[in-house]
Design a protein around this ligand. Structure first.
Ligand code: SF4
Length: 237
């Protein structure tokens, strides 16, 4: 199945998607397997492990810099992050959340150790954020089924964009029906998982992934190990 859609402004049909190395270019090492049916990524466990092994020493504070964002998601994955409860205090000894909807910081720093993205890529703003995270984060995590496989946002993919917009903004609107065009990012015709647009190192399925799972993933990365989410996750869990 091709994920190229010539009608999408962000993905001209004759150009590779941004940040994605064609599989034929080879990856070296042992690629972290993408979920079944998904595109392979350029990431390797060596990449993630090496990045995290040096992260603490690279950070001036000695703590690992973490950034999070939600793209086309419901924020449930971030709520799961908050469900870490008192374990957040433990993690705070090792991590610094430098950018997130959960903190006040409004600018993504130039260099971040771990980037966590919730949600799928549905519009121009989602794509810009994913590209910025990829550019600035040593390790990128797809958190939750929407990020990993499109999940709920991708349920609109079988339908034409015009029909989706009509349904949402005209047919079911009770007040001022009309499709918004001002100050809203343009929707892509197809919703995509994160790794269809930028390489991802760690895939964490679940809707949402449990707090225990998130704790395991972060703890492994802090320890400089490559987490194996398949041992503790499943789609829709
Ligand atoms: Fe929400 Fe589930 Fe998507 Fe997370 S994976 S953003 S909880 S719908």
């Amino acid at each position: 199945m091709s994920l190229n859609h010539p009608d999408d402004p962000g993905f001209p049909a004759d150009q590779p998607r941004p940040g994605v190395t064609p599989p034929s270019a080879g990856t070296g090492g042992n690629p972290i397997p993408a979920p079944d049916g998904m595109l392979a990524t350029t990431a390797t466990p060596t990449t993630a492990t090496a990045a995290m092994a040096t992260a603490a020493t690279a950070a001036p504070t000695g703590r690992i810099k973490v950034a999070t964002a939600w793209l086309d998601g419901c924020s449930g994955c971030h709520m799961s992050l908050l469900d870490l409860d008192e374990r957040l205090v433990d993690l705070a000894q090792a991590l610094d959340i430098v950018y997130s909807p959960l903190v006040d910081a409004k600018a993504l720093p130039e260099r971040v150790d771990i980037g966590i993205l919730e949600g799928a890529i549905s519009n121009e703003d989602d794509l810009r954020q994913a590209q910025a995270f990829r550019q600035r984060c040593r390790v990128l995590i797809s958190l939750g089924d929407c990020a990993v496989n499109g999940n709920v946002p991708a349920m609109r993919n079988p339908f034409k964009l015009e029909a989706v917009l009509d349904q949402a903004y005209r047919e079911t609107a009770t007040l001022q029906p009309g499709i918004p065009t001002q100050r809203v990012p343009a929707l892509f015709r197809q919703v995509r998982p994160i790794h269809a647009c930028v390489p991802v190192e760690v895939f964490v399925p679940g809707c949402p992934p449990s707090a225990d799972t998130i704790f395991y993933i972060l703890s492994e990365l802090i320890a400089g190990r490559t987490p194996d989410p398949s041992a503790v996750t499943r789609f829709g869990a």
